[in-house]
Design a protein around this ligand. Structure first.
Ligand code: GLU
Length: 313
């Protein structure tokens, strides 16, 4: 059965950009009769904020969203991801890496645009026969990195159209398992999506660079028959053109909720970003009027006027 997922990371509160992605994801699923899973992506240990998981669920419910099933939290699935990393080591698609912890920690999070992550120069590629040798050289547990072939990669995004990447030069080898045994975002997402039978992934276009990495993991793990379709939506940015973040003021859903903004008003703003000219709208009307072909193709700019309009000031 066609399946999609809402996958909040409890590394902070959901903001208007997240709200747009989750609402569009939900509407597309309900319009097309897809199954919706909720998956809390709580792998990013040090960046996880206490209570942010509950808050994310509250915010989604406040917007009117629901789901048909809930996946296990990623933090409970260390063994499953570890086994997949082991398979990739065995097949020589991945290799031990003993580069610094801070570099690996940065490389393991979901790589949203503006992060400026550098392409890994391949320092540890071909250096160690196995994990034991790398462990002995480093005096600690190595990380595991996936090796990118020197090839171009073409794919058809359902929303953005055709994309081409130079795998080795633009993306480079990437971390799939940290030295502490925690899986990196790329690996966990592929294992979870494949296992849950996710057929359609809808997310912000700041994650489009992750798609080639994830598709290569599907193939290397023998999961090519489960490859999903990808829909990358234009990102919501501030007036400086950067991904919505703290520097743009408080854009958390909970901030507006606390100010008494009604869900219909927030949905109204999200609807306008989807080409529906309304002030306020409920989720049902939004679902009836939504057409993915009308979603604005350019990045969406959230302005101080939008903020004043939302709060009625
Ligand atoms: N949990 C991820 C994030 O919030 C989303 C991952 C995905 O949709 O693939 O960044």
């Amino acid at each position: 059965m066609p399946t999609t997922r809402l996958a909040p990371s409890p590394t902070g509160a959901l903001h208007l950009g997240n709200a747009r992605t989750f609402v569009v994801n939900w509407i597309m699923a309900r319009q097309r009769g897809w199954r919706i899973l909720l998956r809390i992506e709580d792998l990013d240990g040090p960046r996880i904020k206490r209570g942010a998981d509950r808050q994310a669920v509250d915010d989604l419910r406040w917007l009117g969203l629901d789901w048909d099933d809930e996946s296990s939290r990623q933090s409970t699935r260390t063994d499953v991801y570890g086994a997949a990393a082991h398979t990739l080591l065995e097949s020589r698609r991945a290799y031990p890496c003993i580069c610094t912890r801070s570099e690996i920690a940065q490389a393991a999070s979901a790589p949203h645009a503006d992060d400026g992550a550098a392409v890994y120069p391949g320092t540890c590629w071909g250096k160690f026969a196995d994990m034991a040798e790398a462990r002995a050289a480093a005096g600690r547990e190595p990380a595991v990195r996936f090796h990118m072939p020197d090839e171009t990669f073409d794919f058809e995004d359902r929303f953005c159209g055709h994309r081409r990447f130079d795998l080795a030069r633009e993306l480079g080898d990437f971390v799939i398992l940290k030295g502490d045994g925690t899986a990196a975002y790329q690996l966990a997402v592929v294992i979870d999506d494949a296992e849950a039978g996710v057929t359609d992934i809808i997310r912000g276009d700041d994650l489009i660079d992750s798609t080639p990495r994830q598709v290569l993991l599907y193939r290397a793990l023998g999961l090519a028959d489960r490859l999903p379709a990808y829909w990358h939506l234009p990102l919501v940015v501030g007036t400086d053109g950067k991904r919505l973040a703290k520097r743009h003021g408080d854009t958390r859903i909970s901030y507006y909720r606390e100010r008494g903004v009604r869900a219909e008003r927030m949905l109204g703003l999200l609807a306008r970003w989807c080409g529906i000219a309304v002030d306020e709208i409920d989720l049902q009307q939004f679902t009836e009027q939504f057409d993915v072909l009308n979603v604005l193709k350019d990045r969406i700019v959230f302005t101080p006027e939008d903020d004043r309009w939302l709060t009625g000031k």
